[in-house]
Design a protein around this ligand. Sequence first.
Ligand SMILES: *[C@@H]1O[C@H](CO)[C@@H](O)[C@H](O)[C@H]1NC(C)=O
Ligand SMILES: *[C@@H]1O[C@H](CO)[C@@H](O)[C@H](O)[C@H]1NC(C)=O
Length: 537
Amino acid sequence: MISRSAKRFPTPHTLFTVLAIVYGCVESVPKRGHEPWSVILCKFRDSNFEPRTTGWFKEWIGGRQNSDSIENYFYTISNGIYSIEGSNVTDWLKIPFSRNNILQQSLADPKLQLTNEKPFALYDKAKEVCINFAKENDFGMHRQKITVINQEQTAIYGKSNGVLLTPNLIFSSVLAHEMVHSMNIGHSYSDRNIQVFPYAERGEYDDKYDLMSTANAHMRPSTYGLAGPGLNGAHLDYLGWLPMNRVVYFGRDGRQNYTLRLSSLSVPHKNTNGWLLILIPYDRDDSQNVFTVEFRTPDAHDKGIGQPGVIIHQVRKIGAHYYSFLITHAQQEFNELTMDTEWVKFLHMSASGESQYVHLRVERINRKSRFADVKVISTFSPHTCLQGEFYKKIAPDDPLNKKKLAHVCLIGNRPVFPKHLEMQQRRARFFEKRRSYGQNECIDGYEWRALDAYDYVCVPHKRAKEIQVKLERKNVEKTAAKAEAVCSERLVKRSAFPNDNHCVPEIERAQIEQENRESLQFLRNPNFFNGVDTLNL
Ligand SMILES: *[C@@H]1O[C@H](CO)[C@@H](O)[C@H](O)[C@H]1NC(C)=O
Ligand SMILES: *[C@@H]1O[C@H](CO)[C@@H](O)[C@H](O)[C@H]1NC(C)=O
């Protein structure tokens, strides 16, 4: 039943792009803030079937304290950064159309008959009609919508009218999966050369440690059907749901051979204090191409994963988009590394015949304290010339050589152009330039604002520095993080993100607002992740 239903989770698709108009931090990449959803329960004229009661849906969607609710799921996996609190559910509404009427309407709608949309036409029309019907009947609705119909077998997300669920697919993994599509994320992959579902691409849906491979991932039973797992580290990084001070960009501090303590991603961040994600670069010309290393334990929404394990993904740019691939081990038999197991990835040979590789070994797993000690060695060296290239010396007084490079890497004995120098310059400063990193890396000259560890808003270096100085001074004065209920005269709430109650002058808040609004344009690669699509903003 699961695999049959899972066939019907198509790739998210575009009808129109909804423009960002709502105030708040949620309409952004990364995703922070409070975003309630509305559930529309919708019956066709020719069927009275109600797969679940309105009360059941209300209980399922809302309530942070209910550990099986959708609200709890998002609150937990985002570590409180994203909340759907206040989501609501309509009564069962009976539209004055049968399934066949809707089908006819969809066939008559030219925009739904375009090649890309055609397979979803019926569902798109059903969503449109149900949502309009709810509006006509005075049900107010939030911008984000989930329509549940009482026939068919599919689960879909589409930009124009959100999520659609059908009777057999009313369970937590599916709904959460479709909701995450609204956050500009497609399906996750493994490196296996297999096709999980007939219409899927190679390796698609084969990341057992990621919700975006539902229903082929490690789900767990819950009150509301199968649930979980959480999201892989690459997705959490993309969404800005990991604290920046606990993500390490390996090699940035000059060390490339040491043991790191990784804490489980499956428990709240405040319960642990190790690293949460290691990013290991492997591409001298693209710092966002990395291996990610994370530790997951059978806790909370990850209960279905069986045993603690260290999980490696490769993040790789293909075309204009980055993808995450779960790396499998031992002839692709295993999805995780356990105690005393290791992984070696050969990268390439250098021009002088040394191999560049990444080597990882799990030295210790502590189940009780939920950490894993992982020894990482990387001989990745971004400025070294590779096999097939040679070192072309350049004179320090060459007028082109403004940065005083000793060499550039060339294929064949060609003249040195400024572009070669620029490229070598970028490679030579590869680590030095990583003031921000991961999928939310800022463009050159910008770095994260970092008002707190989840504040992935790109601002100029100078501004970030000022903020750091201020934060440090406050720490010294021991008044840091002392938010006030009411701001004194001439001060206002800073509101850089939800629940940010710091009191600041009006001018500072105006600047913060502008930074929040403009942040996207200073991200290095604000793109749809794990799929070819545009951002849903
Ligand atoms: C959902 O909440 C919104 C905002 O509070 C409200 O306008 C709307 O009427 C509610 N809808 C339902 C179905 O309760
Ligand atoms: C890594 O460090 C160990 C000792 O801590 C050393 O034996 C080994 O040769 C080093 N490996 C590399 C590639 O530097």
